[in-house]
Ligand binder design. Structure first.
Ligand code: MG
Length: 390
């Protein structure tokens, strides 16, 4: 059993929208296909993986360091004890050979794409869905058959305005979502309050609307936003300040009555530990949103969840960022508190399989083998299959 070839490409996620910190006109991501010599249903098993949005492709790291290491390794060194499947832990440590500790920046997304692809292959080799594999290995076999999901949306868009925002939110409601999220922090506070009130006309109660400042605020502005928003009883205030400013999180948590949410831009186990130890986050109400495809992949994401377990965090307080099938598999398999999705943006990567139905804000978890990317036809037919076939 061995990896025959690994192909990678840069795909565009370009769009006209922006959040409070960046625009997405030049956004890209890395996509990988790990082609194995294992045959299932008469065809070689191919594992697929890709980054999530917002952090750009990492083709150089993949081509120059990670892919050569995996292809040059003794094939048996990448297998489990029985030699019947790939071992994600061994593959992960092979990728990280000669990589110094610390500095968990862009390397983390390159490893994350390959790690996701290895897990996809592992599940396909066992002919099981990935959420089932996660449940068996890390959750005593228990998994959720339905997961709470919410659309990440409500971006600033020059052409949309407040009416467009309301129409977008109404579209989510019509599609079966109950909880939704919008961007703030990219306009004057008063304007953002008007946008929130417009969105609330559609969502109903504040508990059905979360807001995301994408780390654009300093502590003073974040505190002012928290005060102004306290009247609405919103679901959460996401990335209020710089993701690595733990002191600012701790200060804000002292005065902010609404739940806080963060961690999509925290990329390693040790950074996660520091956030939980020093960020002042409240275990009874705040949300942890580590992104499995940005934080060195599902392997490290699972290690972070286990560490958070030991620090007293309930698994239901995790809601993976990223809006893809990987977050859904982890949320179901580890019985987390839900996951984000992108029904309208970051296509064809965002969102779930073609047949997935949203009902009362919940999605039934599909049983396709592996990650299930083959059930997302535009993604599979226009990007993944051509990549694997070369
Ligand atoms: Mg966010």
């Amino acid at each position: 059993m061995r990896i025959v070839e690994i192909r990678e490409m840069t795909a565009s996620l370009s769009s006209t929208m922006r959040n409070a910190f960046i625009d997405f006109s030049k956004m890209t991501l890395s996509v990988v296909a790990v082609i194995t010599d294992v045959v299932r249903d008469g065809k070689p098993v191919v594992g697929y993986g890709f980054n999530s949005n917002g952090r750009y492709a990492q083709g150089g790291v993949l081509r120059e360091r990670l892919i050569p290491r995996l292809l040059e390794a003794d094939p048996e060194s990448l297998l489990d004890e029985a030699g019947t499947n790939f071992d994600p832990v061994r593959v992960h440590s092979c990728m990280m050979t000669n990589e110094k500790p610390g500095g968990h920046g862009e390397r983390a997304f390159a490893v994350g794409a390959l790690d996701a692809a290895i897990w996809d292959a592992v599940a396909k080799i066992e002919e099981k869905s990935l959420h089932q594999i996660f449940a068996e290995r890390f959750n005593g076999g228990a998994f959720d058959e339905a997961v709470r999901v919410y659309p990440g949306g409500g971006y600033y868009d020059p052409e949309k305005g407040t009416d467009g925002l309301k129409a977008e939110m109404q579209g989510y409601r019509d599609a079966g979502y109950t909880l939704m999220k919008m961007k703030i922090g990219g306009a004057p506070l008063d304007d953002d309050m008007r946008r929130i009130e417009a969105a609330l006309e559609v969502t109903g109660g504040g508990e059905f609307l979360a807001v995301d400042a994408n780390a654009a605020l300093d502590l003073d502005r974040a505190t002012a936003y928290a005060g102004a928003m306290s009247q609405y009883g919103l679901a959460w205030f996401e990335e209020p300040v710089d993701p690595l400013d733990y002191e600012a999180h701790a200060e804000l948590a002292k005065v902010c009555t609404m739940p806080l949410a963060t961690a999509e831009n925290v990329f390693s186990l040790i950074d996660a530990k520091n956030l939980l130890q020093y960020g002042g986050l409240r275990r009874d109400r705040d949300w942890l949103q580590f992104d499995p495809s940005l934080c060195y992949g599902p392997s490290e994401f699972i290690a972070i969840v286990k560490m958070a377990d030991e620090m007293g965090w309930a698994r239901r307080r995790h809601g993976p960022h990223g809006g893809q099938q990987l977050g859904l598999a982890l949320a179901a398999g580890l019985q987390l508190g839900g996951t984000e999705t992108y029904p309208l943006v970051f296509q064809p990567f965002g969102g779930f399989g073609d047949d997935v139905v949203i009902e009362d804000g919940m999605v039934r978890v599909p049983n396709a083998p592996g990650l299930g990317v083959e059930t997302k036809s535009e993604l599979y037919n226009t990007v993944l299959k051509p990549l694997a076939q070369g």
